[in-house]
Design a protein around this ligand. Sequence first.
Ligand code: 5AD
Length: 346
Amino acid sequence: SDIKQLADELIKTRRLSGEKFEQLLTHRDVVKKEIQQSAKAVTTKSFHRTLYVRGLIEISNYCRNNCFYCGIRRDNDYVSRYRLTKDEILKSVRLGTDMGFKTFVLQGGEDPGLSDAFLMDVLDSIHHINPEAAITLSIGEKDTATLEAYKSHGADRFLLRHETKNRDHYYQLHPETMSLENRLRALSDLKALGYQTGSGIMVGTPGQTYATLAEDLVYLHELQPEMVGIGPFIPAKHTPFENEPAGSVELTLFLLCVLRLMFPKANIPATTSLNTLSKTGRDDAITYACNVYMPNLTPPRHRKDYALYDDKACFKIEAAENLDDLKAIMKGLGREVVMDRGDFHV
Ligand code: 5AD
């Protein structure tokens, strides 16, 4: 059929036009098996049986932004706000280092109380503790000079999901105080500065269509990110979207397979939101497309407060202290957890 031809074109050329992506997503039931098996073959070829782990440290849940979907948005007065001290961050890094982690992800809201000087001092200290470790930042939009400064202090990777490439959709998700242009500017800066750059989207946000998803895929092809993070939207209490339905696990899984076909070597995590919604979804994502897992190294007493959405998983294999359980479960999926930096390589 036409759709089978589109699948073959994607598998061969690693890209499609926007119109064709939209068709493929709309009629994906016909080609799901083929896309999954091809994605699995690509994942295996690129990464053999390995699965990289990243130690996630949620450094602050203060945020100046007011994204309609996000549980830690500025106007959510029900959030108990915290900001880790330097000592707390370094304690998590030491703990992770002792467990063998060689990548740390510092994630936080856009917290005006986290100064650049503070963060650069923290970056220096992390390198002192663990000179081999890669450091990933995930702290929102920063100006060009700031991104350059972090880079010179040893940040080598940065996660910044674009969330949606469609202008109308962007402003259905974010207030006018935010800007799609600035987000895209930051992403192109990251690439130009030589960061391993991660972008991505939520699946199933209000207003998202197969057409906007197709725009996202076309944009990601242009950006050529080294990492891609996607997960289902999950409603969060006390946000404008609290009564909206969650995104589809099935569509998330299909998109992960499409992304693996587009980016054979990209680091693609099985995200916490997918893990929160569905264990089989998580397992399928790892079986077919993902090569990264991000156990939580945040000091346990703060984990429940970093709630981007309801019922966020922060126990079992989401928790870094249960690394042995993660290893056992991954072994059951035919994968070996590797305590390696897991840099992007072409
Ligand atoms: N459901 C799922 N993912 C969410 N994020 C923020 N809020 C939610 C939610 N309610 C995602 C965004 C952000 C990332 C850190 O978490 O895509 O970039």
